[in-house]
Design a protein around this ligand. Structure first.
Ligand SMILES: Nc1ncnc2c1ncn2[C@@H]1O[C@H](COP(=O)(O)OP(=O)(O)OP(=O)(O)O)[C@@H](O)[C@H]1O
Length: 357
């Protein structure tokens, strides 16, 4: 599954259900981040394993091994890197692959690290090649060669570094060159969250935001959050607004459903674009197979928008399949939109069929 597809387009960033952070998220996320492993919801395996890695390092009085975190945006990679630093009682420096264009940029960061410091490198797969090569040596030997001068007169000056912990984050570990991947002592893959886990995230965030919410209200938001804590927190804020303006401020199932109806996020977390794609596929093309370009024209969107913004989630949800002959709707897609597939109508189904009466 290619989650990376969901991250980069402008359209994706403007959606309420986009997994990447928007400006408002950045402003409020700091307040909602769990501060230690016990507050971090879900990802049981990763939590247990990391707990052991960190405890063992602490007992030895050593710096923790380098950690690679892979997973879709908004699942908690940045949060976990901050927790690693906090658990080790170490400071943290945050940067990202695209910010490191030259090996010199990386050398400057590495040479200013304190002993034991955590260096969080987001989107590590997008670092430049020379920087990547410098990182190999830094991770393994805590040393870099700084090249001074150019051409035949250039000399490499070795620079000792204090031991540090690199926490690399990537949407896809498969994008990393094996020599880089192999230098991480601990690799963790973060999965999408179960609705029950998102419900816990929502209750926790509601407490921090001082919002009253009941169990059914949290479940309603969790079911629409696409397995992603960032989206859960974002939907919670929109529902809070609605509860405050249109009701008494308390979030119940009815309030959550009504609020998210206003924002066109449906019961499974599909938004207007997702539903338009699905509706076109079902209503205009009988469920497919239909070519991507034809589908895109039918919904009045660019081909890339349909492919990169809408489709990954529809595929993940089992509503749409990409086949060599084109896009095909699954039985779950017909059921979700309350339509009956063409062919003999199910007697007494009571559903409004496309080709029915
Ligand atoms: N396990 C969790 N428990 C509680 N809250 C979480 C958890 N994971 C993430 N969150 C919340 O979700 C938001 C996004 O998390 P975070 O920034 O760590 O995601 P990310 O994976 O680093 O995303 P990106 O790849 O876009 O940087 C934060 O506000 C954080 O508090």
């Amino acid at each position: 599954m290619n989650w990376d597809d969901e991250t980069d387009t402008g359209t994706a960033a403007e959606r309420l259900v986009a997994p990447a952070a928007d400006g408002e998220d950045t402003a409020v996320e700091a307040a909602l981040r769990p501060k230690d492993l016990s507050e971090f919801v879900g990802q049981e395996k990763v939590r247990q394993q990391l707990d052991l890695v960190l405890k063992a390092a602490r007992q030895r009085g050593a710096t923790a091994d380098h950690v690679l975190l892979s997973g879709a945006p908004g699942l908690g990679k940045t949060t976990l890197s901050m927790i690693i630093a906090a658990e080790m009682g170490a400071p943290i420096r945050i940067t990202s692959g695209p910010a490191i264009q030259h090996a010199g940029d990386l050398a400057a960061i590495l040479s200013s690290l304190q002993e034991g410091e955590v260096l969080f490198l987001d989107e590590i797969h997008r670092m430049s090649r020379p920087a990547e090569e410098m990182l190999y040596m830094a991770m393994e030997d805590f040393r870099v060669d700084v090249i001074v001068g150019k051409g035949p007169g250039a000399t490499a000056i070795p620079l000792e570094l204090p031991p540090f912990t690199l926490v690399g984050a990537t949407t896809r570990a498969g994008l990393l060159p094996p020599p880089l991947r192999d230098r991480f002592g601990f690799t963790a893959h973060m999965e999408f969250y179960e609705p029950a886990e998102l419900q816990r995230v929502i209750h926790r965030s509601a407490g921090l935001l001082d919002v009253e919410i009941d169990t059914a209200g949290a479940a309603e938001i969790a079911g629409r959050s696409r397995g992603t804590p960032r989206i859960a927190n974002r939907l919670l804020r929109r529902v809070r607004d609605y509860a405050q303006v249109r009701a008494d401020g308390v979030i119940t199932r009815e309030i959550a459903a009504a609020a998210l109806g206003v924002y066109e996020v449906d019961s499974r977390g599909l938004d207007r674009l997702d539903r338009a794609v699905l509706e076109a596929l079902l209503k205009l093309f009988g469920g497919g197979p239909v070519g991507l370009s034809t589908l895109a024209v039918a919904v009045g969107e660019e081909r890339e928008t349909v492919e990169e913004v809408a489709e990954p989630f529809l595929v993940r949800e089992g509503l749409l399949a990409r086949t060599p002959r084109g896009r095909v709707a699954t039985p779950a897609a017909w059921a979700h939109l309350g339509l009956v597939p063409p062919g003999p109508a199910a007697p007494g189904s009571g559903q409004q069929g496309l080709f029915g009466p």
